[in-house]
Design a protein around this ligand. Structure first.
Ligand SMILES: [Zn+2]
Length: 188
């Protein structure tokens, strides 16, 4: 049986996070890069889209994790845990679920790869924690990698998003989504 066929059998043709019976495709759980039965999860387009683009996250969609976090499948647990951790910064129910979740030690280690712990939150120039949706001001001219554009000192960035890297936040400047170094911002 091919890997994808094995995955489809495992998930009973339902999204492994939200149980939707819409078209599914394999999603490899980082830091792994190959679709294997042990490292991939079958996801619907809604789940996949929101994981790949955190800007589009609809917190209510993820209440499905209430069920899928109890999956016996390690990559499903890892994905559920990471998603709950992200939501927990703004959603109390997600925080409660994270605390209830149980994973084998090895799975827990996998889940934590690339995730920030509490000491690793994006901080602005004054050491104030930046959160999703905050408005910030850029405090110095920042050249944009790979272009001639400069984000000018004093530029206001509204409704920032967080990234997997605590050193960077994401925000829209002149209609374009950019990564901005957190410590070169001041929270408004
Ligand atoms: Zn789904």
């Amino acid at each position: 049986m091919s890997t994808e066929a094995t995955l489809l059998t495992r998930c009973e043709s339902k999204c492994e996070l939200c149980a939707a019976e819409s078209p599914l495709s394999p999603f490899v759980v980082a830091p792994h890069t190959q679709v294997t039965v042990d490292h991939a999860v079958m996801l619907c387009d809604t789940c996949k889209g929101q994981i790949e683009d955190p800007d589009t996250v609809d917190a209510n969609h993820w209440r499905c994790l209430n069920d899928s976090m109890w999956s016996q499948v390690a990559p499903v647990q890892v994905l559920a845990w990471r998603q709950l951790k992200r939501l927990a910064t703004t959603e109390g129910w997600a925080q409660d679920l994270v605390e209830m979740m149980y994973m084998e030690e090895e799975t827990q280690k996998w889940a934590e790869i690339g995730m920030d712990d509490d000491a690793d939150k994006p901080l602005d120039v004054n050491g104030v924690e930046l959160k999703k949706g905050d408005d910030v001001t850029v405090i110095k001219d920042l050249p944009v990698k790979g272009s001639s554009m400069v984000i000018k000192q004093g530029t206001a960035v509204r409704g920032i998003a967080l990234t997997d890297d605590p050193k960077h936040i994401q925000g829209k400047v002149n209609g374009q989504t950019m990564y901005i170094i957190a410590e070169y911002c001041r929270k408004k």
